[in-house]
Write a protein that binds this ligand. Structure first.
Ligand SMILES: C[S@@+](CC[C@H](N)C(=O)[O-])C[C@H]1O[C@@H](n2cnc3c(N)ncnc32)[C@H](O)[C@@H]1O
Length: 422
């Protein structure tokens, strides 16, 4: 069937309206005429494959990565020119705030983290027939692993580990069928958390230690599947600077994806607070605080109570807080089961929250019942943001500032910082 692409869907696919329903075509752009082979029904529409681009968009560019769309499912939009790409991402935040009841919210220009700066990768590994190992991101909608020779999104220091890591895993009996390798680029060098489906013996620990020595990794951690994580080889300390506070993140710890993105998020959060002129002694709640990325810069504006559910992250945050002079208190709490209640929230001049992908419905419901005057919401999912922002708006909050931050180049993901005032 020949179709015309009308818009880009939330996964970055071109969408065409046809008598059969909406047709989703990866790798196509609005305005393009496309010859498509229709496949299975998918939700409200039909999945399809592109047979030919009959009339390309003026915004079409050559994708830089040889793996794009062919094998690797991590990027969706390498074929879209930068100005149109940036406009599409910014529009996702405009649309989310529109759905939340704030169609006129002022949305700042998007901050773009450049390709080659992502410092965190959760790679899949798979033993292939014959013993070789595939290492990379998953293929789109499949458990197959794209065996990557390069990646234009990740920091080159991480890409340089692909080949030796693949070779190491090929020689390790601990990798039977499948596992994963989480790489975090810390100030002390790359940090690796390896998960395998077989046990690690002494000789394989020695292999990991030799790998760490050869490639500048002070620490390599290991776990059997989802079991407890242990330090398999550690030759020196790990460290990461968070706004002047040096912390030692646990293996696989959550980090903001790119340094440029982290700086933009911090700047937008602080700008959102500055515009509200908090009282001098105001207390600030930092919810879903992780290892303290936002807590430490926020502590320049008031005393910070930092709530986080993950035990290892709380331990890192607590150790950093001790160095930071007592203005940050680290508290472990599961905010889905035990959100902060209105009586607790009312003691804060501002609440900053940076929840995981699914958002913070339970916690936001409590905020709407509180008297907190200022809320700053950091989101990595415009869909969850629209829902949670809608609840705040219904309770009488208005958006005062909104900043889109693209930490995930060429993916459909978007980070946003949105400030609300009651
Ligand atoms: C998007 S990260 C943000 C971390 C931190 N604000 C930062 O900028 O690095 C979300 C954090 O929420 C934590 N988290 C997820 N579910 C949670 C829950 N139910 N209760 C408390 N924390 C949770 C995760 O462990 C993670 O540290």
């Amino acid at each position: 069937m020949d179709v015309t692409i009308s818009w880009l869907g939330s996964a970055g696919d071109g969408v065409a309206e046809t008598p059969q329903g909406l047709v989703f075509l990866p790798g196509t752009l609005p305005g393009e005429q496309v010859r498509a082979r229709l496949g299975a029904r998918r939700g409200e529409g039909v999945a399809a494959e592109v047979e030919a681009i009959l009339a390309p968009s003026p915004d079409r560019v050559d994708p830089p990565c040889p793996h794009f769309l062919i094998e690797c499912g991590a990027c969706a939009l390498q074929h879209l020119a930068l100005p149109a790409y940036a406009a599409w991402k910014r529009e996702r935040l405009v649309a989310a705030l529109d759905r939340a009841g704030q169609p006129d919210a002022a949305v700042a220009e998007i901050v773009l983290a450049p390709p080659g700066t992502r410092r965190r990768a959760d790679l899949a590994v798979k033993r292939l027939q014959g013993g070789a190992v595939a290492l990379g991101f998953h293929q789109r909608g499949s458990a197959a692993v794209a065996d990557l020779s390069t990646c234009h999104v990740l920091d080159p220091a991480l890409v340089a580990l692909f080949r030796p890591l693949r070779e190491l895993l090929r020689r390790m009996p601990a990798l039977k069928r499948e596992g994963s390798a989480v790489l975090n680029l810390l100030d002390s060098g790359p940090d690796l958390l390896l998960r395998t489906d077989g046990p690690l013996d002494a000789s394989q620990r020695a292999m990991l230690a030799a790998f760490g020595q050869a490639h500048g990794l002070p620490r390599i951690a290991w776990a059997l599947k989802d079991g407890p994580v242990e330090n398999a080889a550690q030759a020196g300390p790990v460290r990461l600077d968070l706004s002047g506070v040096s912390v030692a993140p646990a293996p696989g710890a959550f980090l903001q994806a790119a340094p440029v993105g982290e700086a933009a998020i911090i700047a937008a959060v602080l700008a959102g607070l500055a515009a509200q002129k908090l009282p001098v002694r105001a207390r600030i709640a930092d919810l879903y605080a992780g290892i303290g990325t936002l807590s430490f810069p926020l502590s320049a504006k008031g005393r910070v109570a930092a709530y986080e559910g993950d035990a290892a992250a709380v331990a890192t945050l607590d150790a950093g807080a001790r160095k930071a002079g007592g203005r940050v208190e680290a508290i472990r709490r599961d905010l889905a089961y035990r959100p902060l209640l209105p009586a607790e929230l009312n003691g804060f001049g501002a609440v900053v929250l940076d929840p995981p992908y699914n958002g913070a419905a339970e916690q936001v419901a409590q905020i709407t019942r509180s008297k907190v005057p200022v809320v700053i919401y950091v989101s990595c999912n415009p869909v969850a943001l629209a829902r949670d922002a809608g609840a705040l708006v219904k309770a009488g909050f208005k958006v005062t500032q909104a900043t889109p931050v693209d930490q995930f180049p060429w993916s459909p993901h978007l980070e946003s910082v949105v400030s609300f005032r009651r």
